[in-house]
Design a protein around this ligand. Structure first.
Ligand SMILES: [Zn+2]
Length: 305
């Protein structure tokens, strides 16, 4: 079952000819979550051949333009295409006023609602869940209120061994309970322990998005053990002064966070346009965390255990 991240934009404040501003699509078991929505996001979604109708949940980390200026264009397109799914937006509360003013100018009746869910900037919070997936927002340390997001699968049920169903004549009605950990009592009164009947489920996978932030070790508790971490790296250590002044991270900061969180893999992005090359970012991060990759627009990364 898919759990994969597609980078739509990995530039910082200003788009370049190679990089769009921040936007990503995360496919978790067929649920398509849009994370941030910089200018041009809808073009990138089209390029990736992701159906617009699959996007029902949008997560906006903060209200700097490079993270949400693509939103009204995307919603307008949803409207023009006659889509009917309601759109849920998880964002700072002020976004509702900004977008609503623009929505009032859309011609034609919208056949869907835009529902806003305000983020909490004081502590981590569960903001979305269904049967298989949950999303937790967590505060970051930026020049304005900003949140990161943790997406993770819920623990799966154990697998029951087919041969055991036949051997012990297990009725269908009891299979669910056994998958959830119950032992089985045979008609002869023998207790068959659960461990004999099942194999453990695959471990749940997780992805964390650390949007714009200064180095902020407090996030480590929330994202501990994450399989894939995206962390902004706007600067290298050479411009540490700039990073501190603007509440951004260096590649080294991103790598330290990945190391402390025992992340499986790190992707860095949100590169300042002051840099012509991205190699210095990669080299700097890899001095601390070797399993680092540089974000590339249009590339898909699978989230693995
Ligand atoms: Zn920002």
């Amino acid at each position: 079952m898919p759990f994969e991240l597609t980078i739509l934009g990995s530039s910082s404040a200003i788009p370049t000819s190679e990089r769009y501003p921040t936007a990503q699509v995360l496919n978790v078991l067929g649920r398509f979550f849009l994370i941030d929505c910089g200018e041009g996001t809808q073009i990138q979604i089209r390029r990736q051949k992701i159906a617009f109708g699959k996007i029902k949940h949008i997560f906006i980390s903060h209200l700097h333009g490079d993270h949400f200026y693509g939103l009204i264009g995307l919603i307008s397109t949803f409207n023009l295409l006659g889509l009917k799914n309601d759109i849920h937006i998880y964002s700072p509360s002020q976004l509702k006023d900004v977008i609503q003013t623009q929505l009032d100018f859309l011609k034609g009746e919208m056949q869907f609602k835009v529902i806003f869910h305000p983020l909490n900037f004081k502590k981590p919070q569960l903001i979305f869940e269904d049967k298989k997936v949950e999303v937790i927002s967590f505060p970051l340390k930026h020049s304005i209120n900003c949140c990161g997001f943790l997406f993770r699968e819920k623990p799966k049920e154990a697998n029951i061994k087919k041969e055991c169903i036949e051997q012990y004549q297990i009725p269908v009605a009891q299979i669910r309970a056994i998958k959830q950990g119950a032992d089985f009592l045979t008609t002869e009164g023998e207790v068959v322990p659960n461990t004999k009947l099942t194999t453990p489920p695959p471990p749940p996978r997780s992805y964390a998005f650390c949007s714009d932030t200064a180095f902020y070790p407090q996030v480590v508790e929330t994202i501990q053990g994450v399989n894939l971490l995206y962390h902004e790296a706007t600067f290298t250590e050479e411009l540490r002064d700039w990073a501190e002044r603007t509440y951004h991270s260096t590649a080294l900061d991103a790598a330290k966070t990945a190391q402390m969180a025992h992340a499986g893999k790190l992707i860095i992005g949100h590169f300042s346009t002051r840099y012509k090359e991205v190699e210095p970012f990669l080299e700097e991060a890899q001095t601390v965390f070797s399993n680092t990759e540089v974000a590339i627009d249009g590339k898909t990364y699978s989230v693995k255990k």
